[in-house]
Design a protein around this ligand. Sequence first.
Ligand SMILES: Cc1cc2nc3c(=O)[nH]c(=O)nc-3n(C[C@H](O)[C@H](O)[C@H](O)COP(=O)(O)O)c2cc1C
Length: 217
Amino acid sequence: MVKKWRCTVCAYIHEGPEPPDICPVCGAGKEFFEEVKEESGEKAAGGSGLPTWQLDGSETQVEVIRPAIFKISYGLYVVTSINGGRKNGQTANTVFQVTDNPMRVAAGLNKNNLTCEFVRESGVFAVNILGQDGHDMVRHFGFRSGRDVDKFADVAYVTGVTGAPIIEKCIAYLECRVLPEKTVDVGSHYLFIAEVVAGKLKVDAEPMTYAYYRRTK
Ligand SMILES: Cc1cc2nc3c(=O)[nH]c(=O)nc-3n(C[C@H](O)[C@H](O)[C@H](O)COP(=O)(O)O)c2cc1C
């Protein structure tokens, strides 16, 4: 049976024969991990109808909450936009469908990002949905800013109906027009809610997810 190790600093659970050298959540070293001893039989399986764990007062601590929030699943996308004749794009995981009818999506973009500035200015963006071979695109658009480099200088793309660039290496894309009255200022980010006005499935392949990217990067 696979062993489980709990980080005593942040409660992150690692599965494997040994604890990790460094906790991926809080950075604590191997020595901070303790093995989780599972209770056997009916009780552990919850078969008695009684819960197998209880609140212990730690649940409101940020370091206890964080490993839980990291269990939310995401896709991984390149959000592109325009401003005048300029194009830019960034990697984003915080994109999701809000409603199917009308077709609306939301994207959470950091206010410091050039892409966010472009979306605010132009009111349009495209969600480029990556396939599972899209690691290079995640890196290309996710680790440097369009303020320092022209990210489209060496990336193949076509211009969509909104003017936003659609990158060649996506399996599907959605072009979106921001609903200005539904843009939410959430502090560090804006949450843009937008109408999907165009889009296409180009290749019927498995999309990239954040979990898959982290496992295989
Ligand atoms: C895996 C990954 C996921 C990311 N998710 C988001 C996100 O959801 N929202 C966001 O604002 N930035 C996110 N980023 C960070 C931006 O992609 C990054 O800051 C980018 O350099 C901004 O570029 P820009 O200034 O050209 O817009 C992510 C980066 C990576 C590598």
